[in-house]
Ligand binder design. Structure first.
Ligand code: ATP
Ligand code: MN
Length: 469
């Protein structure tokens, strides 16, 4: 059945006029005409828009079924695609037969025509993909994941997988979820004495393990052999940050390239973001038009800007001076040495530069041990890319490839060299200058769609106190 069916996105195209096809999906609305026939708006997720189907009163199940179709019912409809009489669409379908697969009781089905808030829809994560907004988000998200692979494959990067369970903590990246088979809820009773585990006994992996916060350190291993690699996988942060830009589980893309200095790294990141935005503008035009109309008016201008204009580049020190001279009052006061907060990042990209901006050379005290130290003794070769509405979308750096400098820094930061023996080996044997960065997929989807809350750009968001579905 499904094998021969035609997607609505195809049936809506003028090239389908004259074809006899089957379409399958979910009813959005039914409208009955005085002339004794009905209009059915059918959506199958293949595009934002619906297919208008005309169901004639002569159809055998017109009275018994078609007149009972309501939002959410699932159907297969066979018929002819004809030129549409009405405006707004090129084609419509004249139904020859309609099979109902599943009813949706209008008294109970939550997604009626009335508008629901995004907060409310989050409680119905099992049904919200059927809404225009979340459907559009998920199509754009799909396109972005495709562009990510296309971009890196075209640039000669190898796609590699780094572990999800890890014993290394990519110091500084964020708090971690512990992975253990020991049950912290276990309470001894008279009936389960045989199941008591000695709390001193070794855990499953024989050492503490965590859900990964970043594949970078393992990515460096692979770049030190394969040259240019990227990872793209789930990432976990146990921070208790209830913001519109943080998830506990998100997807991160992390390229790592041997023989790349920070400038090559920035150039790569800029080409990368431009490619994603351009592809979305080309392939998701309808969905982006929807977001521009209903979600974020400035979207077309902001996206065009990113696609076409060169990103601004500024050192952290200059950025701090810009903020100090801005006469803006910030909630979090600015002084050299602070970690830039979202309000600072947004001022720089939205008000001052009015374009994406790459901030480089941050104070070493606020950055991770592995970032390459500058000769000034104070800063490291870090870079963050800031974009309007979001703030930081990419964080990256050139890595410290000099063994003596790296171990001295680790000592200063009280890190145990033994825990990083393999990481240091990369500097002992054939070390090379190398760089990489991390992009959070969901921040990118937020940026391209204009969606305000990161929980609405992933099908099943994980956040503090929330792991439904
Ligand atoms: P922020 O300061 O915004 O919390 P970060 O500096 O902790 O981010 P990095 O460790 O540099 O983030 O991670 C690289 C990228 O991963 C970020 O630039 C961002 O796009 C994304 N990212 C980081 N944390 C989260 C999160 N909790 N939820 C979603 N995306 C995230
Ligand atoms: Mn960062």
């Amino acid at each position: 059945m499904a094998m021969n069916s035609t997607a609505v996105v195809v049936a809506r195209d003028a090239a389908s006029i004259g074809k006899h096809v089957t379409v399958q999906g979910w009813v959005r609305t039914r409208r009955d005409s005085k002339g004794g026939f009905s209009f059915i708006e059918l959506n199958d997720g293949s595009c934002l828009k619906n297919l208008q189907v005309i169901a004639d009163g002569n159809l055998p199940n017109y009275q018994s079924e078609i007149l009972k179709l309501a939002p959410g019912c699932s159907v297969s409809i066979e018929g002819d695609i004809v030129k549409s009489g009405g405006g707004g669409q090129a084609t419509e379908m004249k139904a020859a037969s309609i099979t109902v697969h599943g009813w949706a009781d209008p008294e109970l089905y939550p997604l009626q025509k009335k508008h629901h808030t995004l907060e409310k829809l989050r409680e119905w994560a099992h049904l919200r993909p059927r809404t225009n907004t979340i459907g559009a988000v998920l199509r754009v998200r799909n396109r972005i994941t495709r562009s990510i692979h296309d971009f890196f494959q075209d640039e000669g990067f190898l796609y590699v997988q780094t572990p999800i369970i890890t014993a290394s903590d990519c110091e500084g990246a964020g708090s971690m979820f512990h992975v253990t088979t020991k049950d912290p809820m276990f309470r001894v009773t008279s009936k389960n004495l045989d199941k008591v585990i000695d709390p001193e006994a070794p855990d499953f992996f024989g050492k503490p393990t965590y859900l990964t916060v970043s594949g970078q350190l393992e990515g460096e291993i692979l770049a030190s052999a394969l040259g240019k690699i990227y990872t793209f996988g789930p990432t976990f942060r146990a921070e208790n940050s209830n913001t519109t830009r943080h998830l506990s589980e998100f997807w991160m893309i992390e390229p790592e390239a041997a023989f790349f200095d920070l400038t090559a790294n920035m150039d790569l990141a800029e080409r990368f973001l431009k490619r994603i935005v351009k592809d979305a503008m080309t392939h998701c035009a309808d969905d982006l038009a929807f977001f521009a109309e209903h979600v974020e008016k400035s979207l077309p201008e902001v996206l065009k800007n990113v696609a076409e204009k060169p990103f601004q580049r500024v050192t952290y020190t200059d950025a701090v001076n810009i903020l100090l001279q801005s006469k803006q009052t910030f909630e979090y006061p600015v002084q050299w040495g602070i970690d830039l907060q979202t309000e600072h990042e947004r001022y720089l990209t939205e008000q001052h530069f009015k374009s994406p901006v790459i901030v480089t050379d941050y104070p070493k005290a606020i950055k991770a041990f592995y970032m390459r130290q500058n000769d000034d003794g104070k800063t490291v070769r870090a870079m963050d890319i800031l974009v309007p509405r979001i703030g930081e979308i990419i964080g990256g750096s050139q890595r410290e490839e000099r063994l003596d400098v790296l171990t001295a820094r680790m000592k200063e930061m009280k890190l145990n060299e033994k825990d990083y023996w393999w990481y240091l080996d990369l500097r002992r044997f054939g070390t090379v200058p190398h760089s990489g960065f991390g992009l959070g997929l969901e921040r990118m989807v937020q940026f391209v769609t204009g969606m305000g809350n990161i929980r609405d750009v992933i099908p099943f968001p994980r956040a503090p106190g929330s792991a439904e579905f």
